[in-house]
Design a protein around this ligand. Structure first.
Ligand code: PEP
Length: 257
Protein backbone atom coordinates (compact mmCIF):
# COMPACT_ATOMS: atom_id res chain seq x y z
CA UNK A 1 0.00 0.00 0.00
CA UNK A 2 1.34 3.35 -0.97
CA UNK A 3 1.82 5.91 1.77
CA UNK A 4 1.40 8.82 -0.62
CA UNK A 5 -2.36 8.47 -0.29
CA UNK A 6 -2.39 9.36 3.39
CA UNK A 7 -1.09 11.87 5.90
CA UNK A 8 1.71 11.12 8.33
CA UNK A 9 0.71 12.40 11.75
CA UNK A 10 2.91 12.47 14.84
CA UNK A 11 0.70 13.28 17.81
CA UNK A 12 1.87 13.81 21.37
CA UNK A 13 -0.36 12.89 24.28
CA UNK A 14 0.61 14.96 27.29
CA UNK A 15 -1.92 13.14 29.49
CA UNK A 16 -2.28 14.99 32.83
CA UNK A 17 1.15 16.62 32.70
CA UNK A 18 2.51 20.15 32.25
CA UNK A 19 0.76 23.48 32.92
CA UNK A 20 -0.39 26.37 30.74
CA UNK A 21 2.64 28.43 31.79
CA UNK A 22 5.00 25.65 30.68
CA UNK A 23 3.67 25.74 27.11
CA UNK A 24 5.54 28.77 25.73
CA UNK A 25 9.05 27.66 26.76
CA UNK A 26 8.27 24.11 25.62
CA UNK A 27 7.16 25.26 22.18
CA UNK A 28 10.18 27.55 21.81
CA UNK A 29 12.50 24.63 22.47
CA UNK A 30 10.49 22.33 20.24
CA UNK A 31 10.42 24.84 17.39
CA UNK A 32 14.20 25.08 17.42
CA UNK A 33 14.44 21.30 17.01
CA UNK A 34 11.58 20.52 14.63
CA UNK A 35 12.55 19.75 11.05
CA UNK A 36 10.85 21.64 8.22
CA UNK A 37 8.54 19.02 6.78
CA UNK A 38 5.60 19.22 4.45
CA UNK A 39 4.86 15.52 4.71
CA UNK A 40 4.29 15.20 8.45
CA UNK A 41 1.70 16.89 10.62
CA UNK A 42 2.77 17.47 14.21
CA UNK A 43 0.05 17.57 16.85
CA UNK A 44 -0.02 17.94 20.62
CA UNK A 45 -3.05 16.61 22.50
CA UNK A 46 -3.11 18.46 25.79
CA UNK A 47 -5.40 18.80 28.84
CA UNK A 48 -8.45 20.98 28.13
CA UNK A 49 -7.36 23.91 30.27
CA UNK A 50 -4.02 24.06 28.43
CA UNK A 51 -5.60 24.13 24.96
CA UNK A 52 -5.84 27.97 24.65
CA UNK A 53 -2.15 28.40 25.59
CA UNK A 54 -1.17 25.68 23.13
CA UNK A 55 -3.24 27.27 20.37
CA UNK A 56 -1.47 30.59 20.96
CA UNK A 57 2.08 29.26 21.13
CA UNK A 58 1.70 26.32 18.75
CA UNK A 59 0.41 28.35 15.81
CA UNK A 60 3.76 29.83 15.02
CA UNK A 61 5.47 26.44 15.17
CA UNK A 62 2.71 24.92 12.98
CA UNK A 63 1.65 22.55 15.75
CA UNK A 64 -1.87 21.17 15.44
CA UNK A 65 -3.73 21.12 18.72
CA UNK A 66 -5.78 18.23 20.02
CA UNK A 67 -7.91 17.37 23.02
CA UNK A 68 -7.61 14.13 24.99
CA UNK A 69 -11.30 13.41 25.50
CA UNK A 70 -14.74 14.78 24.66
CA UNK A 71 -18.30 14.38 25.85
CA UNK A 72 -20.67 12.28 23.78
CA UNK A 73 -23.35 14.88 24.53
CA UNK A 74 -23.95 17.99 22.44
CA UNK A 75 -24.68 20.29 25.40
CA UNK A 76 -26.59 20.53 28.67
CA UNK A 77 -26.46 19.48 32.32
CA UNK A 78 -23.31 17.36 32.23
CA UNK A 79 -21.09 18.89 34.91
CA UNK A 80 -17.39 18.63 34.15
CA UNK A 81 -17.83 17.64 30.52
CA UNK A 82 -16.41 19.43 27.46
CA UNK A 83 -18.35 19.23 24.19
CA UNK A 84 -17.08 18.81 20.64
CA UNK A 85 -18.68 22.17 19.81
CA UNK A 86 -16.55 23.85 22.50
CA UNK A 87 -13.38 22.24 21.12
CA UNK A 88 -14.32 23.25 17.56
CA UNK A 89 -15.02 26.80 18.67
CA UNK A 90 -11.51 27.05 20.15
CA UNK A 91 -9.93 25.81 16.91
CA UNK A 92 -9.06 22.27 17.98
CA UNK A 93 -8.56 19.93 15.01
CA UNK A 94 -7.90 16.56 16.69
CA UNK A 95 -9.09 14.70 19.75
CA UNK A 96 -8.10 11.33 21.21
CA UNK A 97 -10.95 8.94 21.99
CA UNK A 98 -10.84 5.50 23.58
CA UNK A 99 -7.37 5.77 25.07
CA UNK A 100 -6.75 2.65 27.16
CA UNK A 101 -6.40 4.80 30.29
CA UNK A 102 -9.92 6.16 29.76
CA UNK A 103 -11.21 2.67 29.01
CA UNK A 104 -9.60 1.34 32.20
CA UNK A 105 -10.03 4.16 34.72
CA UNK A 106 -13.34 5.55 33.44
CA UNK A 107 -14.92 2.32 32.23
CA UNK A 108 -15.33 3.63 28.70
CA UNK A 109 -16.96 1.06 26.45
CA UNK A 110 -16.53 0.57 22.71
CA UNK A 111 -20.06 1.90 22.33
CA UNK A 112 -19.12 5.12 24.13
CA UNK A 113 -15.94 5.46 22.07
CA UNK A 114 -18.07 5.27 18.93
CA UNK A 115 -20.46 7.93 20.24
CA UNK A 116 -17.57 10.24 21.09
CA UNK A 117 -16.00 9.75 17.66
CA UNK A 118 -19.33 10.66 16.03
CA UNK A 119 -19.69 13.73 18.25
CA UNK A 120 -16.25 14.94 17.08
CA UNK A 121 -16.94 14.24 13.41
CA UNK A 122 -20.15 16.27 13.63
CA UNK A 123 -17.91 19.21 14.58
CA UNK A 124 -15.22 18.65 11.99
CA UNK A 125 -12.65 17.35 14.48
CA UNK A 126 -10.50 14.34 13.62
CA UNK A 127 -10.96 11.58 16.19
CA UNK A 128 -7.76 9.70 17.01
CA UNK A 129 -9.42 6.39 17.87
CA UNK A 130 -7.24 4.20 20.11
CA UNK A 131 -7.46 0.43 20.03
CA UNK A 132 -5.15 -2.16 21.53
CA UNK A 133 -4.97 -5.54 23.16
CA UNK A 134 -3.84 -6.48 26.67
CA UNK A 135 -0.80 -8.69 27.25
CA UNK A 136 -3.12 -11.52 28.25
CA UNK A 137 -5.05 -11.25 24.98
CA UNK A 138 -1.79 -11.23 23.00
CA UNK A 139 -0.47 -14.27 24.83
CA UNK A 140 -3.74 -16.10 24.19
CA UNK A 141 -3.43 -15.39 20.46
CA UNK A 142 -6.52 -13.15 20.50
CA UNK A 143 -4.89 -9.90 19.32
CA UNK A 144 -6.46 -9.62 15.88
CA UNK A 145 -9.87 -10.87 17.04
CA UNK A 146 -9.99 -8.21 19.72
CA UNK A 147 -8.65 -5.42 17.49
CA UNK A 148 -11.20 -6.35 14.80
CA UNK A 149 -13.99 -6.11 17.34
CA UNK A 150 -12.74 -2.74 18.67
CA UNK A 151 -12.24 -1.18 15.24
CA UNK A 152 -15.63 -2.31 13.95
CA UNK A 153 -17.37 -1.09 17.11
CA UNK A 154 -15.60 2.29 17.03
CA UNK A 155 -16.56 2.80 13.37
CA UNK A 156 -20.16 1.70 13.70
CA UNK A 157 -22.44 4.06 11.70
CA UNK A 158 -19.44 6.09 10.51
CA UNK A 159 -19.76 6.57 6.78
CA UNK A 160 -17.14 6.75 4.04
CA UNK A 161 -16.84 10.54 4.04
CA UNK A 162 -16.42 10.51 7.82
CA UNK A 163 -13.87 7.69 8.05
CA UNK A 164 -11.57 9.65 5.73
CA UNK A 165 -11.21 12.14 8.58
CA UNK A 166 -10.48 9.52 11.26
CA UNK A 167 -7.11 8.35 12.53
CA UNK A 168 -6.80 4.90 14.08
CA UNK A 169 -4.06 4.53 16.69
CA UNK A 170 -2.92 0.99 17.43
CA UNK A 171 -1.71 1.07 21.01
CA UNK A 172 -1.02 -2.31 22.61
CA UNK A 173 -1.86 -1.75 26.28
CA UNK A 174 1.24 -3.66 27.42
CA UNK A 175 3.45 -1.17 25.57
CA UNK A 176 1.95 2.07 26.94
CA UNK A 177 4.21 3.80 29.43
CA UNK A 178 6.08 0.56 30.10
CA UNK A 179 9.16 1.06 27.95
CA UNK A 180 8.22 -2.20 26.17
CA UNK A 181 7.68 -1.36 22.52
CA UNK A 182 6.01 -3.73 20.11
CA UNK A 183 8.56 -4.89 17.57
CA UNK A 184 8.25 -3.27 14.18
CA UNK A 185 6.94 -6.60 12.84
CA UNK A 186 4.29 -6.92 15.57
CA UNK A 187 3.15 -3.31 15.08
CA UNK A 188 3.09 -3.65 11.28
CA UNK A 189 1.14 -6.89 11.44
CA UNK A 190 -1.67 -5.31 13.47
CA UNK A 191 -1.70 -2.02 11.51
CA UNK A 192 -1.92 -4.05 8.29
CA UNK A 193 -4.77 -6.00 9.84
CA UNK A 194 -6.56 -2.75 10.73
CA UNK A 195 -6.23 -1.58 7.12
CA UNK A 196 -7.71 -4.89 5.98
CA UNK A 197 -10.73 -4.27 8.24
CA UNK A 198 -11.11 -0.81 6.68
CA UNK A 199 -10.82 -2.33 3.19
CA UNK A 200 -13.51 -4.86 3.94
CA UNK A 201 -15.87 -2.19 5.31
CA UNK A 202 -15.14 0.77 3.04
CA UNK A 203 -13.22 -0.55 0.02
CA UNK A 204 -9.56 -0.40 -1.03
CA UNK A 205 -9.42 3.26 -2.12
CA UNK A 206 -10.66 4.48 1.18
CA UNK A 207 -8.59 2.05 3.24
CA UNK A 208 -5.38 3.29 1.66
CA UNK A 209 -6.21 6.89 2.58
CA UNK A 210 -6.72 6.40 6.35
CA UNK A 211 -3.83 7.26 8.68
CA UNK A 212 -2.97 4.46 11.10
CA UNK A 213 -0.60 5.30 13.95
CA UNK A 214 1.38 3.12 16.31
CA UNK A 215 1.62 4.11 19.97
CA UNK A 216 3.34 2.48 22.92
CA UNK A 217 6.77 3.59 24.17
CA UNK A 218 7.72 5.07 20.80
CA UNK A 219 10.88 7.10 21.27
CA UNK A 220 13.75 8.78 19.48
CA UNK A 221 15.56 5.44 19.12
CA UNK A 222 12.84 3.12 17.85
CA UNK A 223 10.72 5.60 15.83
CA UNK A 224 12.60 5.25 12.56
CA UNK A 225 12.12 1.49 12.30
CA UNK A 226 8.47 1.63 13.34
CA UNK A 227 7.65 4.50 10.98
CA UNK A 228 9.34 2.74 8.07
CA UNK A 229 6.70 -0.01 8.16
CA UNK A 230 4.33 0.14 5.18
CA UNK A 231 1.12 0.44 7.23
CA UNK A 232 2.36 2.68 10.05
CA UNK A 233 1.63 6.31 9.16
CA UNK A 234 2.66 8.05 12.33
CA UNK A 235 2.75 7.76 16.06
CA UNK A 236 0.81 8.58 19.21
CA UNK A 237 3.46 9.45 21.73
CA UNK A 238 3.08 9.72 25.51
CA UNK A 239 6.25 10.06 27.57
CA UNK A 240 8.55 11.21 24.76
CA UNK A 241 6.15 14.03 23.82
CA UNK A 242 6.98 15.75 27.11
CA UNK A 243 10.59 16.28 26.02
CA UNK A 244 10.99 18.69 23.10
CA UNK A 245 14.21 17.09 21.79
CA UNK A 246 12.81 13.55 21.88
CA UNK A 247 9.50 14.56 20.32
CA UNK A 248 11.26 16.45 17.54
CA UNK A 249 13.51 13.45 16.91
CA UNK A 250 10.40 11.34 16.28
CA UNK A 251 9.10 13.90 13.78
CA UNK A 252 12.54 13.84 12.12
CA UNK A 253 12.31 10.05 11.85
CA UNK A 254 9.29 10.42 9.54
CA UNK A 255 11.60 11.90 6.92
CA UNK A 256 13.21 8.45 6.64
CA UNK A 257 9.94 6.78 5.61
C1 PEP B 1 0.05 6.89 25.06
O1 PEP B 1 -0.27 7.20 26.19
O2 PEP B 1 -0.75 7.01 24.12
C2 PEP B 1 1.39 6.37 24.85
C3 PEP B 1 1.67 5.79 23.72
O3 PEP B 1 2.28 6.52 25.90
P1 PEP B 1 3.84 6.15 25.89
O4 PEP B 1 4.42 6.69 24.62
O5 PEP B 1 4.39 6.81 27.10
O6 PEP B 1 3.93 4.66 25.94
Amino acid sequence: MNKKYRKTVIAGNWKMNMTASAVKPFIEELKAELPKTKTCETVLCVPGVIIPAMLRSGKDAKIGVGGQDVSKYEKGAYTGEVSAEMLEDLGVKYCIVGHSERREYHNESDFLVNEKAKALLAHNITPIICVGESLEQREMGLTMDYITYQVKAALSDINEAQVRKCIIAYEPIWAIGTGKTATAEQAQEVCKGIRAILREKYGARLARSVTIQYGGSMNAKNAEELLAQPDIDGGLIGGASLKPKDFAAIVKATAQE
